[in-house]
Design a protein around this ligand. Structure first.
Ligand code: NAG
Ligand code: NAG
Ligand code: NAG
Length: 257
């Protein structure tokens, strides 16, 4: 997944301007899709992007510097949570995935109903079910979970999108796995674990979306996260800033066109 994000960066820097190709640079006619261009030196040469790939490779983050850990406590049908995921968190992760990790904790303001082995959710039954499915997806699909959950949260019908979104992003996890997890104890236990994580927050959450950075919360971080998460992650990262943070992408784009 790291390399997928890295390549996305390259691709964004090379194709964000379709204009650029149309105007002054012929579309590379190598036999590889853009996502593969920096996979090896041979491919980079064949596609004529050797210089760009080397520059990006040279600015990969220092593996000894820990990534910024962003944890989102949310509930699946809350409009503010969906807006934050789709407009801030996911786009930032696509660009800065090399210097940040994202943990998703679907639960939010839900409550465990004592003695009944079930939950009550702010946005009703459908939200409880979608939280459950997302918890199961997070457990079963590992690194594809965020793209799948983004796909769901950006759809008009989060629940109905679960199956197509899963199938869009992975073929190794079957829909039946998610369904049976959601119906059984496994799913219930995963949501219960999210309840414990949410209740353990200090300070306690007062609303959702609630986001922590390296395990800490501050009102200032929250305000910045809601409007310019990208800049906040760049500024919290302790290592050398990646090209996306320094504006080097723009330079790269200029040198390519
Ligand atoms: C970029 O780095 C990766 C991993 O170190 C390497 O496999 C790849 O060949 C490099 N790409 C280029 C174009 O040098
Ligand atoms: C999935 O859940 C099981 C049971 O709680 C746990 O043992 C396992 O580590 C989880 N896997 C992931 C990737 O979270
Ligand atoms: C790429 O260059 C074009 C024209 O020089 C500019 O309009 C565009 O914003 C640049 N894109 C990025 C991602 O910097």
């Amino acid at each position: 997944m790291d390399s997928l994000r890295f390549l996305t960066l390259v691709v964004l820097s090379l194709i964000s301007e379709r204009y650029c190709w149309g105007k002054s640079h012929p579309k590379p006619s190598c036999g590889y899709p853009p996502s593969q261009w920096c996979r090896s030196l041979e491919i980079a040469i064949e596609c004529g992007v050797q210089k760009q790939c080397m520059e990006l490779n040279a600015t990969r983050p220092d593996p000894s510097v820990p990534p910024v850990e962003v944890t989102l406590y949310y509930e699946s049908l809350c409009p503010g949570c969906r807006a934050f995921i789709t407009q801030q968190l996911y786009p930032t992760w696509i660009l800065l995935g090399d210097i940040m990790t994202v943990n998703l904790v679907p639960y939010g303001n839900a409550k465990e109903i004592p003695g009944s082995n079930s939950f009550a959710c702010q946005h009703g039954e459908a939200e409880c079910l979608a939280n459950l499915m997302e918890a199961c997806i997070l457990n079963a699909t590992n690194e594809m979970a965020f793209p799948i959950i983004y796909c769901m949260e950006s759809s008009s019908d989060v629940l109905a999108a679960a199956q197509p979104c899963l199938q869009l992003h992975t073929s190794s996890v079957k829909w039946e796995t998610i369904e049976s997890c959601s119906r059984g104890n496994a799913g219930h236990n995963l949501v219960h674990a999210n309840a414990l994580k949410t209740q353990a927050l200090r300070p306690a959450h007062t609303h959702v979306p609630w986001v922590t950075f390296n395990g800490g919360y501050s009102q200032e971080w929250e305000d910045r996260a809601m409007s310019t998460l990208f800049n906040l992650v760049c500024s919290l990262y302790k290592g050398g800033k990646p090209p996306a943070c320094t504006g080097a992408l723009k330079k790269l784009n200029r040198s390519f066109c």
